[in-house]
Design a protein around this ligand. Structure first.
Ligand SMILES: Nc1ncnc2c1ncn2[C@@H]1O[C@H](COP(=O)(O)OP(=O)(O)OP(=O)(O)O)[C@@H](O)[C@H]1O
Ligand SMILES: [Mg+2]
Length: 287
């Protein structure tokens, strides 16, 4: 059987050159971004995407140039929540121009590339077992392309909305070693906090700065308060966002709740959290 070392050259594909070029493009794009912020939670359905959409919108309305990368390849929701679903992507030169939300947030999501609502993303491989082995690598490669081949332009913040899973942060850290920080989202439930504790550990192990913990859906469950969790873990507590049906409906409509319903308790909480993070980042050495 032939081994890799038996193959002379790369068959003319210049694969090493291509990867090198993409790496250089990625670096150029990241050099134009002041802060990359990842929104994470080991737990699903706790409001990571809702927090991402509203942080990005609040920052854009405060005058920052903002982009959102939807890193949830198989459950993308950023295009919908930011109201750009169905917009076509324009290719200009070596990059794709991302659509912009009403508040001016540039959005890149797998949702803008998939033609069907119902069709999941498949990683094709000769056997199912190989598909499983390759999935992580393919996901990282797809995210690298989204980062490198999107015309983000000069940005103050690029917010990355991660899928659930404590381990997902490692992929982003491998692509963006100079991550400005992570925002960790939890809800008042023991089950959730158990998982979120692991997310905090992963962020610490990956040496990704933790901007703080957000408690979402406050008041909906009688569970433990997140402030205690944050204090126990030695990380900042950023605030509590109450459960508000209006916030959910706004997400479904693609409305930027934080600016369309600014008087509600949930929008006020999100605005305060956004401003805390923005002020912290502005004081950080990378600006
Ligand atoms: N504070 C809130 N009040 C009411 N509804 C909320 C609140 N936060 C989020 N939701 C709703 O809860 C659902 C899940 O939120 P979201 O999609 O943001 O979670 P997620 O953590 O990104 O989920 P996933 O793990 O699937 O990516 C959505 O329908 C959203 O509109
Ligand atoms: Mg989500």
């Amino acid at each position: 059987m032939k081994k890799y070392r038996d193959i002379a050259g790369d068959g003319g594909s210049n694969v090493v050159g291509q990867v090198g070029e993409q790496q250089a493009r990625l670096q150029r794009r990241l050099d134009a971004v002041r802060f990359v912020v990842a929104v994470v939670s080991g737990k699903g359905g706790v409001g990571k995407s809702t927090v991402t959409a509203n942080l990005a919108t609040a920052w854009a309305s405060a005058g920052w140039r903002v982009g959102v990368l939807d890193a949830d390849l198989n459950g993308p929701s950023m295009a919908k929540m930011l109201g750009v679903r169905g917009q076509t992507l324009a290719v200009a030169g070596d990059a794709v121009t991302p659509p912009r939300s009403a508040a001016g947030v540039s959005v890149m999501s797998m949702d803008l590339l998939l033609s069907s609502d119902a069709e999941p993303l498949h990683w094709r491989a000769p056997t199912q077992q190989e598909a499983h082995t390759w999935r992580g690598t393919m996901e990282a490669q797809a995210l690298r392309e989204f980062l490198a081949d999107t015309a983000w332009g000069q940005l103050d913040a690029l917010v990355v909305d991660l899928p659930p899973g404590a381990d997902r942060l490692a992929t982003i850290v491998s692509l963006v070693p100079a991550l400005a920080g992570t925002v960790i989202v939890t809800i008042p439930s023991d089950v959730c906090q158990l998982v979120v504790r692991r997310s905090i550990t992963v962020a610490q192990q990956e040496k990704a700065p933790i901007l703080g913990l957000v408690e979402n859906m406050a008041g909906l469950f009688p569970g433990p308060d997140a402030e205690t969790l944050a204090a126990g873990a030695g990380i900042p507590f950023l605030g509590s966002v109450p459960f508000d049906r209006g916030l959910s409906l706004a997400g479904d409509r693609g409305d930027p709740f934080v600016i369309t319903e600014p008087a509600t308790a949930a929008a006020r909480a999100l605005a305060v959290i956004a401003e805390k993070i923005r002020a912290h980042l502005e004081r950080s050495p990378r600006c």
